[in-house]
Every structure is written in C-alpha cells, then in structure tokens.
Design a binder for this molecule. Sequence first.
Ligand code: SF4
Length: 302
Amino acid sequence: MLGWAGGGDRLGRMRYVEPVFRPPSEAESYLLPVTTGCSHNRCSFCAMYRGKRFRVRPEREVLEDIAMAKETLGDVRRVFLLDGDAFVLSAAKLLPVLSALKAAFPSLNRVGSYVNAGNVLSKTDEELRSLAEEGLRIGYLGLESGDPDVIAHCDKGATVDEMVVAVGRAQAAGIRMSVMGLLGLAGAEGSAAHARATARAVNRMQPRYLSLLTVSPVPGTPLCEDAEAGRGRPPSPKEALRELRWIVQGLELTGTIFRSNHASNYLPLAGRLPADKTRLLRTIDLALAGEIALTPEFLRGL
Ligand code: SF4
C-alpha cells in the first residue's frame, strides 16, 4: 500500500523510528508502533519501509508506550498501529495490546492497522472476531490492481483472489476494510485491463471504503528502474483520468465511501457509492473535456 508521511503527530518524536506513515483518515490518531517496517517490503512501487529492517517490538516496550501516551495525551478516541502491516502479529500478540489500549483510554472507539492479505488469512474467523471485539475496527489493504498479471509483476505477495477473500473475512468478522487501488500501475498499455479488473475485484470485495491513488515512480524502486529503462510508459494525466473513469464506471457497490482526493491524484473526488456514481462520472468527463483544471505535476505529492 502507498502511505502518507505522518511524522510523530501528537507525540512528537517519542520512540518512533522515522519515517512514519499513516492513512490520511488517521491524522488525529495516536500512532502506536507495535512493529517496525513491513514484513513483506518487496512491492515494486513502494519505498516506504525500504530503509527499515522488519522487527516486532517487545510487548513490554509497547505497554510502556501506552502508559506514556496516557500520561501525555490523557484520553484518545483513535489509535493506529504502526508500521507497514502491524496486523502481521498473531491474535495472541495483538489482543493484550488492544486490551491495554482499552484500559488506558476510556473514549477509545477504534484501532486501525495496515493489513496484508496473508495477515488476515493466517488468522481464524474466531481470532478475527475477537480482535474486532477488542477494538480493532478498521484495516487498510492495498489491492493496487485487480489484474493478476499486474499484481504478480509488482510482487505484491498475495493474489487478487486471496485479497478478495481476506477483505470478505475481515469484514464478516466486524473489521471495516478500507481498500486502496493504484491508478497508473499498469502503465499506459495495460491501463484498460487494469481498470476493468480493478473494478471487478472491488465489486467482489464490497469494501466499506475505497480510495484510488495515482502511482509515482519513487527512486530506488523496481518500478522506477523500469520507467528509467523505458520498460512501459507511465500514463499521461489524461490517460490516468480515463483509467479512473473506467474504474468508477465499472463499480457496482452497495455501500462504499469513495475517495480519490489523495495528494497524488490529478483530480480530487469524493462521494458515496452507489448514490454519487453519476455525479462522479460527470465530474471526470468535465475534467477530460478540459473544463476542470487538473492538479499540476509539481503540486502532486506521494
Ligand atoms: S505491503 Fe507492499 S506496499 Fe504495503 S508497505 Fe509493504 S512493501 Fe509497501
């Protein structure tokens, strides 16, 4: 999954291994490191944790952090577990952390984590339900693409089918899932197939939240090396917009909050699906016709 630089947020730089990433919707959350880095750390487009060796923090350290946060912050409503896939921890390791958070923060109403398919599939339904009951209520999963060839090429570490099953099982257990797709990941040539397959995979998932971000080749990643070597052409802003339109057009969702207003996108969009589908498509059409200005390249962020 792509992430967003969050810094130490409200706790300054206390016991964080920088850089720290979190989803935009966790901007107000207390960020609690339970792991460092990403257990997979191989996706071709991602440089977020390349400088960090994956490690699980000892429970003693995590519990000390919670006590410190209680002293510094008083009460908090939301907690986000760091780092790249804190959900890799077994239920036996996560449950005491969730219990300590509940005990420390009486107003706590949700704990979130980045989630990989394997993190979910390695847990039983009962374990997933216990985690949700103990407060783990939202997981952020990078689908990136519904196209199996694109997923294999970017070394995602899970198949599309596995990601679909993981989202279904997590949601059935009470963990709301926020799924991310990456515009431009298949280059200009693979754009139409990537869009069609991504819409199909998202339809099978029926996630509570869906965000689409736009890929940018980050130096030091295999994706950037491919781009520099001329292997595949990244889509132009207009081609990325057309890809966005194909995906939105193909979505058949029953109750999803949709966002493509991340700093990496050329056109910020937000709405609820299915209610806002026609409005979203009309906005994309206006942008394609040049009647709405796109975010210029120099203002796009990762
Ligand atoms: S799973 Fe892939 S995209 Fe997500 S943090 Fe790890 S390397 Fe990056």
